[in-house]
Design a binder for this molecule. Structure first.
Ligand SMILES: *Cc1c(COP(=O)(O)O)cnc(C)c1O
Length: 377
């Protein structure tokens, strides 16, 4: 069986370094913020080429705090992709605002910049592009629209650690970028963790306040803050794993290259437009009989996942909001036909070849064959 993702091999590969890093925190006697958090923040800011990184408790909080820090609040509207992980929308609601969805390009799965302007109203305050599946959203046109309408841009970079847009690492293109270090992300902690990166010192200051009860000086509270600090053990773990991130992303690229080459004539595959350097958090294909394809692959020993099976506007959580009745055919269609193949830095090229062979084999069965038109065929 080839699992969709196995996190244990990454831990095994750096186990000695992790043990030493965790022991350092245990021996330090400092268990909230402190030097390990500051050290990771500095390393990750350098890695992203930005002036500030603020460690927080998880990716959802990173989005909420970044939105609040750029001034999003009650009464505001925030433009989000219709096709994304639910946390993007939840963050907008937690910040007191209303999510306004924009449909994606079906070739890249990312927010279609050409559809943004029609979604802007006098109440729009910000845009949240998501670099979904590890591929950068098309930031330049999004930033141009934001400038023209006086909107803030908070990037949801949870799936894009190390990705580049037009040669520059994700993290500082917009006003702020929100990161998740959930264990399965390209840079993953051994539990929950997150961060905000920014080049704006005032936004950095606001996020620092908000993650720590709204307080810069202990017991003096400037804002109604959160308790959302990056845990020092997770910070120490992340510093260890950050040193391996580029090598691990390279291995993901090799797997993606194998899939792109081995499946191009049998399935629609993700497009990588010029200027995008994705990090292949996920490798997502599409098929009109997705559930049957998933079941057949399972029988053939290949584990897959669906990212994501229910479109945000069709989630119960948002049933009371205006978006609940929205007509978002692309998001609805993607929820029905996307399928994520095994992907990760510890998936061998031999395993990737077996995935390719299994996909090609199951697609030959008559009940699946006619739905699987590849880009060439
Ligand atoms: C993982 C993820 C989040 C949320 O991160 P958590 O750390 O799980 O809270 C937000 N947005 C996207 C696109 C994600 O993939």
């Amino acid at each position: 069986m080839i699992p969709f993702l196995d996190l244990a091999p990454a831990t095994r590969e750096v186990r000695g370094e992790l043990d030493a890093a965790i022991a350092r925190v245990l021996d330090s006697g400092i268990y909230i913020l402190g030097p390990e958090v500051a050290a990771f923040e500095e390393r990750y800011a350098d890695y992203c080429g930005v002036s500030a990184c603020i460690g927080v408790a998880n990716g959802l909080d990173a989005l909420v705090l970044a939105l609040r820090a750029v001034g999003v609040g009650p009464g505001d509207e925030v433009i989000v992709p219709s096709h994304t992980f639910v946390a993007t929308w939840l963050a907008v609601v937690h910040a007191g605002a209303t999510p306004v969805p924009v449909e994606p390009l079906e070739t890249t799965f990312n927010m279609d910049p050409a559809r943004i302007e029609a979604a802007i109203t006098p109440r729009t305050r910000a845009i949240v592009p998501v670099h979904l599946y590890g591929q950068p959203a098309d930031l330049d046109p999004i930033l141009a629209i934001a400038r023209r309408f006086g909107l803030k841009v908070v990037e949801d970079a949870a799936q894009a650690q190390g990705a580049r847009y037009k040669g520059r690492r994700i993290g500082g293109h917009g006003d702020a970028a929100a990161w998740s270090f959930y264990p399965a992300k390209n840079l993953g902690a051994l539990g929950d963790a997150g961060a905000v990166t920014t080049n704006d010192p005032e936004i950095a200051r606001q996020v620092r306040l908000l993650r720590n009860y709204g307080s810069e000086v202990r017991y003096y509270n400037e804002a109604v803050g959160h308790n959302s600090r990056l845990d020092p053990i997770q910070a120490a773990v992340l510093s260890v794993k950050l040193a391996h991130l580029d090598a691990w992303n390279e291995r993901r690229r090799a797997v993606a290259a194998a899939y792109l080459d081995g499946l191009r004539d049998v399935l629609p595959l993700p497009a990588v437009p010029a200027g995008m350097e994705p990090v292949w958090h996920l490798f997502v294909v599409r098929h009109p009989r997705r559930d049957l394809l998933k079941a057949r692959l399972e029988e053939a020993g290949v584990g897959t996942h669906i990212h994501y099976p229910v479109a945000c506007h069709q989630q119960k959580a948002f049933a009371a909001m205006p978006v609940a009745g929205a007509d978002l055919p692309i998001a609805s269609r993607l929820a029905d036909d996307v399928l994520s193949l095994p992907m990760g830095p510890h998936l061998s090229l031999d395993e990737a070849a077996r995935v390719i062979a299994a996909v090609r084999h199951v697609l030959r069965s008559p009940d699946l064959a006619d739905g699987a038109a590849g880009r060439d065929g």
